[in-house]
Design a protein around this ligand. Structure first.
Ligand SMILES: [Zn+2]
Ligand SMILES: [Zn+2]
Length: 124
């Protein structure tokens, strides 16, 4: 089932400012949201990343050191997925995450929407 697309969950324009490391969405209802690319990558909704986060949470008592580079927080491309989501291509080749606008809007980091800071993206 697709979420209902309306003015609050539909972007008028999206701008990825790679210099500043943010994505700005101007919504059809006039609201503006600004998301840190670092934050978006940290909540990548793809199955692989979600599984990794689950494992990390389960292993909180462990201290793990790894020599693999951290996930890229640079975006090299973006495309719409139907009318309801956006997919990013990260610099390290990761393209699996599809970010629904509904979830992005709910996690808008501005003080009006979420005065205590943006909640994690709720995917399903
Ligand atoms: Zn991912
Ligand atoms: Zn907001």
């Amino acid at each position: 089932m697709q979420p209902t697309v309306n003015a609050t969950t539909r972007p008028l324009s999206i701008n990825v400012d790679r210099g500043a490391g943010v994505m700005r969405i101007a919504w059809l209802d006039g609201h503006q949201s600004e998301y840190a690319l670092r934050w978006l990558r940290a909540f990548c909704p793809c199955a692989t990343c979600r599984e990794e986060r689950r494992e990390q949470l389960a292993a909180q008592d462990e201290l793990r050191l790894t020599t693999t580079p951290p996930p890229s927080t640079e975006i090299v491309g973006a495309e719409f997925v139907g009318q309801y989501a956006i997919r990013f291509s990260w610099k390290d080749g990761h393209t699996a995450g599809i970010f629904p606008f509904l979830a992005l809007r709910a996690s808008c980091p501005c003080d009006d929407c979420n005065p205590d800071g943006p909640p994690p993206l709720v995917i399903d």
